[in-house]
Write a protein that binds this ligand. Structure first.
Ligand code: AMP
Length: 249
């Protein structure tokens, strides 16, 4: 079984942020890079499947060389190979097209994505990838098994808390929910061992226009007129009661 895991390096903002001069990106000095949380679970699920069924786990990221560290972390957590598509793309359709070139070259049985990425929160790349490949997709997967004839049996979450069990033909794309497993923590030794491990590079030249282009970023204005209540819990509670009762300040 060959499993490809799409892993994103997310850019998390610190307490304060500033934008680049063109106002279309967050100044990199105000960002911390880390593995997207959902993708940690997807990588763990792939490694567990490989360990029980045999095969190979290939992690793939679309991004610049800042993504290499996260890819090496996945190798330290059990993945066999890492590929980076050397492109800075943000919209899900363009990322999906870039990932699709690797899927077509690698011919995996399964592609695992996270449900969403914590920085751009689009929740769209996995479904877009399935669309580009014309493969089946199972979304928000919280359990993944295989039956005797090798079909994937998937439990996925629906709106309102309902769970559905479906049988999915492979090759397929699945988007993995957090909590599907308990991801391992890599040992320091394993992380050090992967420090110089080469990452396979793939060039991608987009032939289609991007799905969207960011024209402006801004922080919403804070609502004015808040009142800071001071004192101990008893005084503050009394004051809240006065406010609720409409008593003047
Ligand atoms: P999103 O649609 O941006 O919320 O991301 C959903 C999932 O798509 C992530 O959890 C990743 O599995 C995958 N993904 C998104 N962006 C990238 C990227 N640049 N490189 C690799 N995988 C990505």
């Amino acid at each position: 079984m060959k499993i490809l895991v799409a892993v994103k390096t997310v850019e998390m903002v610190e307490d304060e942020i500033e934008f680049t001069d063109d106002g279309r990106e967050i100044d990199p000095d105000f960002l911390e890079r880390e593995i997207n949380d959902w993708d940690r679970y997807a990588n763990e699920e792939a490694v567990r499947l490989r360990d029980s069924l045999g095969g190979e786990v290939v992690v793939v990221s679309v991004g610049d060389d800042e993504s290499d560290e996260v890819l090496r972390r996945c190798l330290a957590l059990g993945a066999d190979r890492a590929i980076r598509v050397d492109a800075r793309l943000t919209d899900p359709l363009s990322v999906a097209r870039a990932l699709a070139t690797v899927v077509q070259a690698e011919q995996p049985d399964l592609v695992l994505c996270g449900v969403q990425s914590s920085d751009s929160v689009q929740g769209a790349t996995g479904a877009a990838l399935a669309g580009v490949l014309d493969w089946p997709v199972a979304t928000v997967v919280r359990r993944l098994d295989w039956n005797a004839s090798g079909a994937a049996i998937v439990e996925s979450e629906l709106n309102g808390g309902a769970i559905q069990t479906i049988e999915v033909d492979t090759p397929a794309v699945m988007t993995v929910q957090t909590g599907i497993n308990e991801p391992r923590f890599g040992t320091l030794r394993a992380i050090k061992q992967m420090a110089d491990r080469p990452i396979e590079l793939v060039e991608f030249v987009a032939e289609d226009a991007e799905g969207y282009v960011v024209s402006e970023l801004r922080v919403p204005e804070r609502a004015a007129g808040g009142t800071l209540l001071e004192g101990g819990p008893r005084e503050i509670a009394a004051r809240i009661l006065e406010i609720v009762n409409g008593e003047p300040t």
